[in-house]
Design a protein around this ligand. Structure first.
Ligand SMILES: Nc1ncnc2c1ncn2[C@@H]1O[C@H](COP(=O)(O)OP(=O)(O)OP(=O)(O)O)[C@@H](O)[C@H]1O
Length: 355
């Protein structure tokens, strides 16, 4: 699967000029409010025509302003999931789901009804009215409806933004299953870094209508500038669960060269996980500390130091192939005489498992 997107569009005072290519999986369009994510997804969907640009999926041109091509939205066979589930209140969940099927060409009906119901865990909701569902349940039904139209591409615009944290946590595993168990490529708009860190294979960072950076999620999200909110900045690492220490409720996760102790639920050995280490939760020491409660202390070399105007410095460490970010004060930097190339020890206070 290859999706090519190039678009220029003027919208009042705002100007969009963005391009990216996706090779499948989940591609997240990530950026602060007003950066142009929705405008770009609308162009991909065929809901808007760019002033100049091209959209092509697997060699089929859907929009090409130079060649005068514009395939209308309903002929693109894309599924669309919005922030608010737009279900028909007078129809049952089942009828809402099968409604999506009407748009699927018979030959293209790939995923079976039963498989999708199972994938999204909505079997027990089928005879209910959408008005009697929670926000998370409604959104799962909306995703099911989009999937049943056998989309070639699923476009999701902030599908979790209207939900509270508990509902988000409830729905995220279903989105992961969607990513892992179907072949449908997904373009996913979000401004929540935790969501993107958990789901995305590829990230396109948008800022003021432009693509600021694009690449594999693990590379892109480990740059401080990826976080629109500094509090959220941190490194994203991929690892494999080695074992679970039941007595202390800790998973041992192997990274490229290091091992981390991750508190929380039991995870199956061999499972791939993503781990996020917020940079504000990483302290640095110039000698290996002893007598500390922190379980995770990694040795690394300072690769880069980026001072900010608020008196803090974002420091990037290479811990034998595993990248860790730390944000400390400029004063601490001076006192420890930190500079690129120096060996330090990163004391990691929290390690969050992203699933
Ligand atoms: N039809 C329009 N006319 C004029 N300005 C527009 C129009 N549509 C969008 N804009 C402006 O374009 C900018 C980008 O909007 P867009 O909705 O694409 O951003 P976004 O990144 O999706 O933001 P959010 O996360 O808040 O949804 C905003 O400044 C918006 O006000």
């Amino acid at each position: 699967m290859t999706l090519i997107v190039q678009a220029k569009q003027r919208l009042g005072a705002f100007s969009l000029d963005a391009a990216f290519t996706s090779e499948g999986g989940v591609t997240a369009l990530f950026g602060r409010s007003g950066s142009g994510k929705t405008s770009l997804i609308r162009i991909i969907a065929g809901l808007a025509r760019p002033d100049e640009g091209r959209v092509a999926l697997d060699g089929e041109t859907l929009t090409d302003t130079a060649a005068g091509i514009f395939v209308p939205k309903h002929r693109r066979r894309f599924g669309y999931v919005f922030q608010e589930a737009r279900l028909f209140p007078h129809l049952s969940v089942r009828a809402n789901l099968t409604y999506g099927r009407w748009f699927a060409p018979r030959a293209a009906r790939g995923e079976s009804f039963d498989h999708i119901i199972d994938l999204l865990g909505i079997e027990t909701l089928l005879e209910r009215s959408p008005t009697k569902l929670s926000g998370g349940e409604r959104q799962r039904v909306a995703i099911g409806r989009a999937l049943l139209s056998s989309p070639r591409l699923l476009l999701m615009d902030e599908p979790l933004a209207a939900l509270d944290e508990a509902r988000k946590a409830e729905i995220l595993p279903y989105l992961e299953r969607l990513r892992d168990e179907t072949e449908i490529p997904i373009v996913y708009v979000s401004h929540a870094i935790a969501e993107v860190a958990r789901l995305a294979n590829q990230v396109v960072i948008m800022d003021d209508g432009k693509v600021e950076a694009t690449g594999p999620a693990v590379d892109i999200l480990s740059h401080a500038s990826a976080a629109s909110d500094r509090k959220e900045a941190g490194a994203l690492l991929e690892g494999t669960v080695e074992s679970f220490d039941a007595r202390h409720r800790l998973s041992i996760v192997a990274l490229k060269s290091n091992r981390l102790h991750v508190p929380g639920t039991a995870l199956a050995s061999g499972r791939s996980v993503r781990i996020r280490i917020p940079s504000r939760d990483v302290m640095l020491a110039t000698a290996r500390p002893e007598g500390l409660s922190a379980l995770n202390i990694l040795e690394g070399r300072i690769e880069d130091m980026a001072p900010d105007d608020d008196g803090t410095v974002e420091i990037r460490l290479d811990c034998d192939g595993d990248t860790v970010l730390s944000r400390i004060t400029a004063l601490s930097c001076e006192r420890l005489d930190l500079r690129p190339g120096k060996t330090v020890f990163a004391i990691i206070k929290t390690v969050a498992l992203e699933g």
